[in-house]
Ligand binder design. Structure first.
Ligand code: PPS
Length: 305
């Protein structure tokens, strides 16, 4: 974490420029996620690694925090007060220069299991995760809330491409021209992968909002964990939106490339905020395109709970 502090200091003195999108193996990307590609592709997973896979803004930090609390909340309580979540759960493909690349942080993780975050679409995940038959926890969020959250994130995060206005952003989302590619392909390809890879636990943000106790039970049974009622209570309480928002180790407040005056990382944490953003016309167009793009899948989302 000393390195981390040095890195953050550099960030405060050098203003980052917003990166451009380009096509990378058929997926829109920025250089922050391709600069270290050789090391990402050849990353050596271990059999007990847990891969946390999500489309950006689907609830990555929430599930990361839950898993970290489940595994290390009791055995290593100092982690909770000394290490920001992005150092506990490295972001595999990230290479923000001033922070060590995700692969390096992962290689140096002393924990077992290692919790590793990725936003990669399923076809770009390093093959060793499949060879080692690692567990994967995938979280998906309905497209409308996902795009709204992504829009506010790109407004405030200077290492994301310039978002433009809301309408433009929505069009780009529908066209799949987002960092990490189309939402539609991401959620459906991971869903299909689950049919052949039994070690994928596919979760929904909306279900977590509706009943965290139930979702935690499902997660624990997938992981083969049997925490006491008291431990489960502690995990649920610690990972509640307001508690994470006020927790400097979970809320990204130590990252200066994010301007919380524009929008905080822990913004609303709700299902249905899209209703405050979509116009009637936008909603109709979105629904129409959604139906066409999702016609070949049985994957269903809820846009309200
Ligand atoms: S990232 O940058 O991709 O890692 O972002 P990610 O963590 O996937 O998504 C951020 C959104 O998740 C919300 N969030 C939560 N919601 C409910 N409960 C908890 N504990 C929680 N933690 C994070 C966060 O507020 C972002 O959603 P929006 O809709 O923008 O508020």
């Amino acid at each position: 974490s000393e390195n981390l502090c040095k890195g953050l200091y550099l960030f405060t003195t050098e203003l980052p420029t917003r990166p451009l999108l380009f096509d990378f193996h058929g997926v829109s990307m920025t250089h922050h996620f391709t600069d270290n590609w050789e090391k990402v592709q050849s990353f050596q997973a271990r059999p007990d690694d847990i891969l946390i896979a999500t489309y950006p803004k689907a609830g990555t930090t929430w599930i990361s925090y839950i898993l970290d609390l489940l595994y290390f909340g009791q055995s290593a309580p100092e982690r909770q007060t000394s290490l920001p979540i992005f150092m506990r759960v490295p972001f595999l493909e990230s290479d923000f220069r001033v922070l060590p690349p995700g692969t390096e942080v992962a290689d140096k993780l002393p924990t077992s299991p290692r919790l590793i975050k990725t936003h990669l679409p399923v076809q770009l995940v390093p093959k060793s995760f499949w060879e080692q038959n690692c567990r994967v926890v995938y979280v998906a969020r309905n497209a409308k809330d996902n795009v709204v959250s992504y829009f506010h994130f790109d407004r405030m995060n200077m290492v994301e491409p310039e978002p433009g206005d809301c309408n433009n952003f929505l069009q780009r989302f529908m066209d799949g021209k987002m960092v990490f590619g189309p939402w539609y392909d991401h959620v459906t390809s991971w869903w299909e992968k689950k049919q052949t890879h039994s070690k994928i636990h596919y979760m929904f943000y909306e279900d977590m909002i509706e009943d965290m106790g139930r979702e935690l039970d499902g997660l624990c049974s997938f992981l083969g964990l049997s925490p006491s009622e008291e431990e489960k209570e502690r995990v649920i309480r610690g990972s509640q939106f307001d508690n994470m928002k006020n927790n400097n180790m979970a809320n990204y407040s130590s990252i200066p490339v994010m301007d919380f005056k524009i929008s905080p990382f822990m913004r609303k944490g709700k299902v249905g905020d899209w209703k405050n953003h979509f116009t009637v016309a936008q909603n109709e167009q979105f629904d129409e395109e959604y139906q066409a793009k999702m016609k070949n899948t049985n994957l269903q989302f809820r846009t309200a709970v």
